[in-house]
Design a binder for this molecule. Sequence first.
Ligand code: GCO
Ligand code: MN
Ligand code: MN
Length: 387
Amino acid sequence: MMYDPKPEHKFTFGLWTVGNIGRDPFGEPVRAALSPVEIARLLAEVGAWGVNLHDNDLVPIDATPAERDRIVHDFKAALEETGLVVPMATTNLFSDPAFKDGAFTANDARVRAYALQKTMRAIDLGVELGATTYVFWGGREGVESDATKSAPDSIKRFREAINFLSAYVRDQGYDLRFALEPKPNEPRGDIYFATVGAMLGFISTLDHPEMVGVNPEMAHEHMAGLNFLHAVAQAWEAGKLFHIDLNDQVLGRYDQDLRFGSQNIKSAFFLVKFLEDVGYNGSRHFDAHAYRTEDVEGVKDFARGCMRNYLILKEKAARYNADAEIQALLAEITADDGATASYQGPYSRERAAALKAASFDRAALGARGYAYERLDQLTVELLLGVR
Ligand code: GCO
Ligand code: MN
Ligand code: MN
């Protein structure tokens, strides 16, 4: 079927997403915890290609080395059985009370050292499972009050940690790239490097910027009231779109992690269209979870819905690209009669002088209608299924 997920779509879910047990700040879990092996089977059943994990989604933080080996062995057997791959791994540097003031930016130097140790071990685990992307989401790397931590020191500490870990990966000879995931807030009042743009700026200050990119998440940019497509486009244009977290979110609400495509349909459409048009070939990772009202069947509905919505929007994007009226309007909007050709191109003294001397019909420029209402209405009609 047209909207059925296939391996080539590279749909992935974290163990923590379909494994979410529905605890929230006001209520207890509503679903039984599934083992990593059970989650892998569930993901295979709904048609996902891969599964991502935090170290402690798989191996409990207090597991003995023997327990670790047994758990990893069983999980590898489940991967073998289901055909699922592990394209991405990450570290849980936020659940344990030790990280209540952050990990790489914590004020306590022992916490910072422990965070580095934990991440090196988690990198080893991820590589052992086949991961080639390693995500850093600094959930606790922030403050409730700027009285408590120095922002410039935090930036330096975070840089030192990423530099140290980049060097570790190179020293081990691992085939692994880092993807930094920004979020403006939650669980901290304010998290450092709040947006994709902030991360992109930071990356250029690293020792090995070539091995570090970003993992933009739709909900995180929406929480800040930003345009996700613009953030993704900038990351892509900079060669830094190493991974992507897809979900949905209403501005001004708590961290909702809604099913992809369930809320901001137009934003999701232009995002999918962008990813498909440019030929992004990384994972499409759904970092979301089912409503708290759901049982395990509802969790499957949630996961299937994320992938199905992506594929529906992908098909809509192909229609948009093939729609004669829409394409004619776009061609008209960007048409260039060549009248300014001599002013276009790189700077030269001659070109600058000619442009300074040119005359423009400002009134005509201002009087032009762009037909954007028509174009957007056609887009909406296409999305609403009447076109
Ligand atoms: C969140 C984040 C996380 C990270 C995950 C992997 O809002 O909690 O999106 O789900 O993506 O920790 O790095
Ligand atoms: Mn998130
Ligand atoms: Mn995420």
